[in-house]
Ligand binder design. Structure first.
Ligand SMILES: NC(=O)c1ccc[n+]([C@@H]2O[C@H](COP(=O)([O-])OP(=O)(O)OC[C@H]3O[C@@H](n4cnc5c(N)ncnc54)[C@H](O)[C@@H]3O)[C@@H](O)[C@H]2O)c1
Length: 355
């Protein structure tokens, strides 16, 4: 890293920017919150007062024209991600685009093409990869437990989640007129939950187990709950079993069990807003020992923007999800949706369209 900070312009001053990206940039020693851009004057003005960026913009093209901006964080509604991220890449910026990377396979492919055409770094906001427990599990699985046999992963939101996220997040300010896509993205709950939460589950499942080739999913909507039980086939022959449930009548419940020929890894993951390291126990048959990481620094959003800065400046391989990973997660979400409709196995390579 040089002494000159990596200058970030954040597009969108809504909930995720306020709870994650503004504080992450400001807390980082490597990164400067250089610009805030939002078309909503009321919110942009308030966030500029609070977070004191060097400059602010009401228009995205003006921010992209500023040559001091090294990277753009695309923190707007899902449907806007790909077109706005592509414009940033074509303007020569590196990009952190919120998850899900896109809402259709075709537009996600466009973003991969734009990344390759411009040779810039693209990371997708799958911040769980920076949880020190999950990162440790990933590395231990790669290095210590041999051939993968089976992987179970569950992601169950809690009916009480707003009671605790409202407690730990900063008070979120809202605009009277935010720029949003037409229609109500929450109207189709099935689609909304797969994009919002399924994207996290599928990225973590890929991060731990490797590429997924096919899925077969069932959905129960009893009692207002959306409960997907999913069988997965990994490229390496590992059997996968996932549970995505919105919401369980209990506390947040997320975790994984991974069985290998030379060991195993189990983990309990906390709600991301606690910024608390997952509790992971990893057993290696090589030394007959359990290994348990602790992680004092679990500020996943700060680690994420620092990963982008390091990859952009030094060419280091990012820990985070790349555009290719983002496309794979979009394919997995679409496969999940198609499989619920047909009841059959769906190969990720064959899917097209949206969730
Ligand atoms: N990583 C996570 O865990 C996580 C958690 C929550 C939300 N998200 C994601 O973050 C994204 C944003 O969610 P949010 O709730 O903050 O959205 P939001 O709609 O509340 O805020 C987006 C802001 O961007 C502005 N905006 C949109 N398009 C613009 C444009 N072209 N030019 C200028 N300003 C523009 C809007 O005026 C709005 O203020 C979503 O994709 C969501 O899925 C991620």
């Amino acid at each position: 890293m040089t002494d000159i900070p990596f200058r970030v312009g954040v597009l969108g001053a809504g909930q995720i920017a306020q709870a994650a990206h503004f504080p992450a940039c400001r807390k980082s020693k490597d990164v400067e919150l250089y610009a805030i851009c939002d078309a909503a004057d009321d919110l942009r003005d308030r966030m500029t007062l609070v977070h004191q960026p060097t400059t602010s913009f009401d228009d995205y093209d003006k921010m992209l024209a500023d040559e001091n901006v090294d990277a753009v964080v695309v923190a707007v509604a899902d449907q806007f991600h790909v077109p706005l991220a592509v414009r940033a890449l074509d303007a020569g910026k590196h990009v952190l685009v919120e998850k899900p990377m896109g809402v259709t396979v075709e537009e996600a492919e466009d973003l991969v093409a734009a990344q390759q055409r411009n040779d810039r770094v693209v990371l997708v906001g799958h911040e769980k990869r920076y949880d020190p427990g999950i990162a440790f599990a990933h590395d231990f699985i790669q290095d210590e437990i041999g051939e993968l046999i089976g992987l179970k992963h569950w992601y169950c939101d809690s009916t009480y989640r707003y009671a605790f996220t409202d407690t730990v997040q900063p008070l979120i300010e809202h605009s009277a007129a935010p720029r949003r896509p037409s229609g109500d993205p929450k109207a189709n709950r099935q689609r909304y939950y797969v994009l919002g939460h399924g994207s996290h589950l599928l990225d973590t499942a890929r991060y731990l187990g490797g590429p997924i080739t096919a899925l077969r999913a069932r959905l129960s909507t009893k009692a207002g709950t959306f409960c997907w039980f999913v069988e997965a086939e990994y490229e390496n022959g590992c059997l996968g079993q996932f549970d995505l449930t919105l919401a369980v009548r209990m506390d947040w419940w997320e975790g994984f069990q991974v069985y290998g020929s030379e060991g195993s890894v189990v983990g309990k993951v906390h709600n991301p807003w606690y910024l608390k390291t997952a509790e992971v126990q990893a057993f290696s048959a090589k030394d007959d020992q359990f290994h348990q990481p602790i992680g004092a620094d679990a500020n996943v959003f700060r680690l994420q923007i620092e990963d982008l800065a390091a990859a952009a400046r030094t060419g280091s391989t990012p820990r985070g999800a790349t555009a290719v990973d983002g496309l794979a997660s979009v394919r997995a979400m679409v496969a999940l949706a198609r499989s619920v409709e047909s009841g059959d196995w769906v190969r990720l390579a064959d899917v097209e369209g949206g969730v």
